[in-house]
Write a protein that binds this ligand. Structure first.
Ligand code: ADP
Ligand code: MG
Length: 767
């Protein structure tokens, strides 16, 4: 499943390639002469690929075809966008072509850098996807770069959430498609349940360039994309369990762990439950479902907070995105938890669906045979890119040296002192008109900080926009004279902050004199990479700028992870208004951040282990399904059963038999597959509940899922045969539907909400 690391041209040689590109000069040619060169180039290049079985890591390829393509693209860029690509952009483009994760700071023009490898890869006609961070950027970037592609005779397109299937199919047929991983992934899932090949929208996956690669490949990597449909019965939570959970007492019958990420029954709570339900040992196999329901109900009741994690609107639960504070579109919790929270609020079950397909973003992206990525912050997560994806990080230096000053953190004993100091610092900068961007860890904190600033009479903009486009417009203005912007540290990725605002040299000059943008972080993230993203908002393209983090010993990072013990005991219970002047504390805090980041990496690795085998099985199943979709089931039949098929054909006509048997076969396969998925979900929960602490849960999970998958393969053949034997091939479509062709009448796609990520790690006290 891992993506191949490209060999061949070494990074040390990239600079030479840039020199070759720069030696080529097309400036004197007219547009039509340049197009002539393009045509000749295309023919030669395609012939080369044909004759060399697509080998693209030789010197001949790099020095010849690649540099020629990049040099032409560079010239087109000058003509169409009136921009002279920097050496740093060419280097990034080269690194991307060789499958690297390229690091180039914010504002250096990665959008343009990606066009070089996109053109080169798109010339084969097999399609290139550029994955963007959100829909707004997909549209912006496709439209922005379109002119360059057109000059090459290539077509660029983009996908938006509200597009219908035909529009999507058309966009995927373009040579280059800008799309979010979410949309591309949902389309893939929808393609995997169609009954007619012509209904699919994707082509075979070919090449992908991932923008904001760290966010997509690391932070979002384990987020599962899901497609669900309404067939079959829904799970019901017994009212007695609801009553029981109402009776359980915190810290007596159940406990939460210090991260408030898990909740579990105590010994005492388990016996209360056993008595109340008269169910015998709660941890026996027969009670797995009951225990899972109790666990989910507790999770919903104790860990999820109304109006913070979710709101209830029009009789529905809507999840709130922690970072943006917006209602998260198309997001649900895992099936069991979603049902539990609805049951708690007496809401009619909306999770009454069956999972028809599910794939984590990481596994989706690894379906592309060729992948590369770019972001401003990759180096600090180099290990994870290496071990999870087998891709190297290649660091490109900015066009102009970065002169931003990153000051040491200011550390305070308690939060109040920290916030007071932040407000004071903002006042000082603001009184001169210097723009300040304040990065917070959540929308709630943004609002707190904004309220404190307003008390001091400072007008500020809080970034809580309704959509990405609005957000982009606001953040783009954060560099204006006198601007104070409060935002979560994740908001506005991909949007440039220009000093002085849009295109105003005088305004820009004023802000330059004040030292550029000042970025203040009010807490450290669990990952230093995210902190670096925030700092990188200032000092773009050689501009001046500075950054500083304000932290307190009460911050979540220090409290939540049980690492407070690492802090010298003299600071316990000690409060002072002035900051602590203790250099040792600074390195200690960096240490704690590294530990927490390491723990999160481990969690992602474990989650990856659970999905590794399932992904293999999914691919094996989908391969079979695709065969049947393309040519029906005869391929699955044994020789003697083939006779049955031939006989049916001669009786009812081959075309009709093929169509019916294809649909019926797919239906059998899907039914079995949905059962299999459900089984895997159940054992995953059950394994953690029942077996944690005894055996390696992952091994046990794999053992069970392997034997179930074998069973599935056997059953598939049998059921298809049985179905063929029992189908009346003279039926029309509506009769067919009545007779058991059970397709979902509606499907919907969503992503599973983050908060569940850690739930799989519940270790129950009883074990
Ligand atoms: P990144 O994605 O690296 O943060 P963008 O692609 O959003 O950066 O580009 C940032 C800004 O830099 C854009 O306004 C773009 O027009 C500008 N830019 C990109 N390349 C060049 C160039 N070669 N010369 C001048 N400006 C450029
Ligand atoms: Mg960008």
């Amino acid at each position: 499943m891992l993506l191949k690391r490209k060999k061949g041209i070494r990074p040390a040689q990239y600079k030479e390639l840039v020199n070759i590109i720069n030696q080529k000069d097309f400036t004197k040619l007219s547009d039509s002469e340049l197009k002539q060169i393009i045509n000749t180039y295309k023919q030669n290049y395609l012939r080369y690929l044909d004759n060399n079985s697509n080998i693209r890591d030789t010197k001949q390829f790099a020095n010849g075809y690649m540099t020629q393509c990049y040099a032409i693209t560079k010239e087109i860029c000058r003509r169409v966008l009136c921009l002279e690509p920097y050496e740093s952009q060419l280097l990034t483009g080269i690194a991307l072509c060789f499958g690297k994760i390229a690091e180039l700071p914010t504002g250096e023009g990665k959008t343009l850098a990606a066009v070089f490898p996109a053109v080169l890869n798109a010339l084969t006609g097999k399609g290139v996807h550029v994955l963007t961070f959100n829909d707004y950027l997909a549209k912006r970037d496709a439209q922005w770069m379109q002119g360059i592609y057109e000059f090459w005779g290539l077509k660029a397109a983009y996908i938006q959430e509200n597009m219908d299937r035909p529009q999507r199919r058309k966009a995927y047929l373009a040579d280059i498609t800008y799309v979010t991983p979410k949309e591309a992934g949902f389309d893939y899932l929808r393609d995997s349940i169609v009954y007619e090949k012509s209904e699919t929208v994707h082509r075979l996956f070919n090449c992908v360039i991932v923008d904001e690669a760290d966010a997509i490949l690391i932070d979002e990597a384990r987020t599962p994309l899901v497609i669900a449909g309404n067939i079959g019965d829904q799970h019901q939570i017994d009212n007695r369990l609801l009553e029981l959970v109402g009776l359980l007492r915190q810290n007596i019958d159940y406990m939460t762990d210090e991260n408030s990420r898990n909740v579990y029954l105590t010994e005492k709570g388990s016996s209360v439950a056993e008595k109340y339900l008269s169910c015998g040992n709660l941890y026996s196999r027969k009670n797995v479902e009951t225990l899972t329901d109790i666990n989910n109900l507790l999770h919903a009741k104790v860990l999820l907070k109304q109006d913070i994690d979710y709101i209830i609107k029009d009789g529905r639960i809507e999840i709130i995105d922690e970072f943006t504070g917006r209602v998260a579109d198309r997001r649900k919790w895992d099936y069991g938890l979603q049902i539990a929270i609805e049951a708690l609020h007496g809401i009619k079950c909306t999770a009454s669906n069956r999972i028809l397909g599910k794939i984590p973003i990481q596994n989706f992206i690894s379906l592309y045979p060729e992948m590369s990525g770019m972001t401003a912050t990759a180096k600090s997560s180099e290990d994870e890119f290496g071990s999870t994806y087998e891709h190297d990080v290649y660091v490109v230096h900015p066009n102009k040296k970065c002169i931003r000053i990153d000051y040491d953190d200011y550390v305070f004993t308690h939060k109040e002192a920290k916030y007071n100091a932040v407000v004071k610092e903002v006042c000082t900068s603001h009184s001169m008109g210097r723009p300040v961007l304040i990065g917070t860890s959540s929308i709630k904190e943004s609002e707190q900080v904004a309220a404190l600033l307003r008390q001091q009479g400072i007008e500020c903009v809080v970034l809580n926009a309704k959509n990405d486009e609005e957000e982009a417009k606001i953040i783009a203005l954060a560099g204006k004279f006198g601007a104070v912007t409060v935002s979560t540290n994740m908001a506005g990725r991909g949007v440039d902050i220009k000093l002085g605002g849009e295109d105003s040299p005088e305004e820009r000059k004023k802000v330059l004199e004040l030292g550029g943008l000042y970025v203040i972080g009010v807490s450290r993230n669990e990952c230093v990479r995210i902190d670096n993203q925030l700092r990188g908002r200032a000092g773009r393209q050689g501009d001046p700028g500075s950054s500083r983090f304000f932290i307190s010993l009460e911050d979540d990072l220090l409290v939540q992870f049980g690492l407070k013990k690492d802090i010298p005991s003299k600071y316990y219970g000690f409060r002072q208004e002035e900051r602590l002047d203790d250099r040792k504390l600074l390195s200690l805090i960096c240490h704690i951040q590294r530990v927490v980041d390491g723990q999160n990496f481990e969690i992602r690795k474990t989650l990856g282990k659970y999905s590794y085998l399932l992904e293999w099985q999914r691919r094996a199943f989908m391969k079979k399904r695709f065969e049947v979709l393309s040519s029906g089931a005869p391929g699955l039949l044994s020789t003697e059963k083939k006779e049955l098929y031939d006989e049916l054909c001669s009786r009812y006509g081959k075309e009709r038999v093929d169509e019916i048997q294809r649909k019926m076969s797919l239906n059998c396969m899907d039914e079995l597959w949905y059962d299999f998925l459900e089984y895997c979900e159940n054992i995953k929960e059950g394994i953690n509940l029942v077996l944690a602490g005894r055996k390696e849960p992952v091994d046990e999970f794999n053992r069970l899922s392997i034997s179930k998958f074998e069973q599935l393969q056997e059953e598939m053949k049998e059921r298809i045969l049985e179905t063929l034997e029992n189908t009346d091939f003279s039926m029309n479509d509506s009769q067919l539907a009545d007779k058991g062709l059970k397709t979902p009448s509606a499907t919907w796609t969503y992503i599973i909400n983050d908060s569940i990520k850690v739930k799989n790690f519940s270790i129950f006290s009883r074990l």
